[in-house]
Ligand binder design. Structure first.
Ligand SMILES: *Cc1c(COP(=O)(O)O)cnc(C)c1O
Length: 401
């Protein structure tokens, strides 16, 4: 166990003043949620916005709403390499997970494979801005010739990001952001749904209104957790929560049995000034992304920042490390020295124990390979130039060996 400066792999800091804004939000009540909703609609120029307890709750609501609109369709097509919360939400909504392999160059869908997977049972396709790296939503839309297929943009990690077609979260028929720990901006947990489609919004309204409000125990837990995050996220003390296994920091699990609620007024209050804070976070991350791009250019790491991305609002900087021994050594070294490097997800979605049986006939070779190679470097505002230099020297030594 390391005691001493330890970088979190990803962080959108919550400060004590934000927790105080959260408490003020509690006092202001419903007005606070309305304010947050209105700000989002204005900023993203969308007609409808819904606020819920998490990204996976947001996705579940979207899927339930679509299921009502298209009762004859029951498959949701997602990239074979993504967050385990995504299949959790699909199963929670009573739908079937369908996978498309990824393109190892862009982390987007493998667009060679996509068209043949678009059967009459497909309810929705989910282009995903993994780590904030914009997926080509337009290309997916063109591939979906059937207008009955809904494009759900998984912008969980991409709030504030932009790509050629506009702002991430406004490119599909409906989109969601996550406000979880380690996302672009955080209210400890939370989910935002955006759409300009009236039919989807109408169906969504029913689903979201049906959710329970945040009750007192859940609220008290949230306040406490937000406070702990404000206190313990700093690198000088982050080693402590990291050493407590029951907190399961950084673990991604498949579990359809999650809580679904409307967003609390405390969380809406926590998001006070989010436009300014998000802009500052993006600026801080871009500087660090610049360092890493410069470093990997001279090294033996593959990275994914291409020219297609105008503002790569990455929340972690993904790189591929070839060779299992080398990758394990790098991750172990990072653990020992607190560099905040992390594998992305433990495997492809097809490798999830509870889902395995449905994918036995296909291999998702590129997703599997990526899961074995990917490592992310931290880009959050706590990363100092000195951290980058130490990490770079460490990586160079690891490669020379
Ligand atoms: C985090 C995440 C989600 C789920 O969001 P939660 O707020 O954690 O429920 C969905 N998709 C992707 C790509 C994510 O990174």
């Amino acid at each position: 166990m390391r005691i001493g400066r330890t970088l979190p792999p990803a962080a959108a800091p919550i400060y004590l003043k934000d927790v105080i804004s959260g408490l003020k939000g509690l006092v202001r009540g419903q007005r606070e949620l309305t304010r947050f909703e209105t700000e989002i609609k204005d900023y993203f120029c969308v007609k409808h916005c819904f606020l819920v307890s998490s990204g996976k709750a947001a996705l579940t609501c979207i899927l339930l709403a679509l299921k009502d609109l298209h009762p004859d369709r029951d498959e949701v097509l997602i990239p074979a390499f993504t967050c385990y919360s995504v299949p959790s939400a699909i199963v929670r909504a009573g739908l079937k997970v369908r996978l498309c392999d990824i393109d190892s160059g862009t982390l987007d869908f493998d667009h060679e494979q996509l068209p043949e997977l678009l059967s009459r049972s497909v309810l929705a396709v989910m282009p995903t801005h993994l780590f904030g790296l914009p997926a080509d939503v337009q290309r997916t839309r063109v591939a979906c010739k059937d207008p009955e297929i809904t494009i759900i943009e998984d912008a969980a990690q991409a709030m504030g990001g932009e790509c050629k077609g506009g702002k991430c979260g406004t490119l599909g028929d409906v989109a969601f952001f996550s406000l979880g720990r380690g996302k672009a901006i955080s209210t400890f947990e939370g989910g935002i749904i955006l759409t300009s489609r009236d039919d989807i919004a109408e169906s969504l309204r029913i689903m979201v209104d049906d959710l329970p409000a945040c009750d007192f125990p859940a609220l008290a837990t949230l306040v406490l957790k937000a406070l702990l995050l404000a206190l313990f996220l700093h690198p000088s003390i982050f080693w402590l929560p990291k050493a407590i296994p029951s907190l399961k920091l950084g673990q991604t699990t498949y579990d359809p049995q999650f809580e679904m609620r409307r967003m609390s007024t405390f969380q809406a209050g926590l998001a006070t000034d989010w436009i300014k804070r998000l802009a500052q976070l993006i600026k801080a991350r871009l500087i660090r992304i610049g360092y890493w791009v410069h470093f990997v250019k001279n090294g033996r790491l593959r990275h994914y920042c291409s020219a297609r991305v105008t503002t790569p609002n990455l929340i972690r900087f993904p790189v591929a490390v070839n060779g299992n021994g080398l990758r394990s050594a790098i991750l172990a070294g990072s653990e020992a020295m607190g560099f905040g490097m992390m594998p992305a997800y433990p495997g492809s979605i097809a490798a999830i124990e509870d889902l395995k049986a449905s994918f036995s006939t296909c291999s998702f070779a590129k997703a599997k390979e990526l899961a074995e190679q990917l490592v992310t470097l931290p880009v959050h505002p706590f990363v100092k130039e000195e951290d980058v230099l130490r990490t770079s020297r460490f990586l160079e030594r690891a490669f020379r060996r």
